[in-house]
Ligand binder design. Structure first.
Ligand code: UDP
Ligand code: MG
Length: 153
């Protein structure tokens, strides 16, 4: 089992589609093991988007992530990092496949509804950026036998 980080960006909060987006992850079979609403500070964003800080458009990305609070979620499942990235779709909502969250809800590169960790290593770093150990819950997924074969998890 792997745990990965998802952020429901202000584009999801403001458009009132949080429930629909969260529902997609739930219906897939991923278990929500952490979730809260927070404001993203300048300091956290600089670290979270460190690969973009030098870009001329970093300022607009930062502003966009501070339009409202966001929801941070920890999602657990077999190969959760890859599964969640696939459900999320490619960065540019205009290129993202229909059926993905970005493909169905976004027509923008920036206003693309969700962030999802891109590797197991990144997921662990990003989860510890937004959650303390006691905010990630360990509880039985009661329908697990209907979600996986018993040798899959
Ligand atoms: N972004 C943008 N313009 C770009 C590249 C990225 O506005 O040319 C924004 C977009 O919201 C994206 C985020 O910065 O989701 C992080 O970029 P990254 O390349 O890590 O894409 P992601 O991992 O979110 O698909
Ligand atoms: Mg990224």
């Amino acid at each position: 089992m792997q745990v990965t980080l998802v952020i429901l960006k202000p584009s999801a909060v403001q458009r009132g589609i949080l429930g629909e987006v969260i529902s997609r992850f739930e219906k897939k079979g991923l278990q929500i093991v952490g979730m809260k609403m927070i404001n993203l500070t300048d300091e956290v964003l600089k670290v979270h988007y460190s690969h973009l800080v030098e870009k001329p458009f970093y300022g607009r990305i930062k502003d966009s992530m501070q339009v409202s609070p966001v929801i941070v979620m920890a999602l657990k499942g077999v190969d959760a990092v890859n599964v969640v990235r696939k459900i999320t779709g490619s960065t540019n909502g205009r290129d993202a496949q229909p059926g993905t969250i970005r493909g169905d809800y976004s027509i923008s590169v920036q206003e693309n509804i969700v962030h999802a960790s891109d590797s197991d290593e990144t997921a662990q770093i990003e989860l510890s950026r937004f959650f303390t150990a006691d905010e990630i819950f360990n509880y039985p997924q009661l329908m697990i036998q209907n979600i996986y074969a018993n040798d899959e998890y």
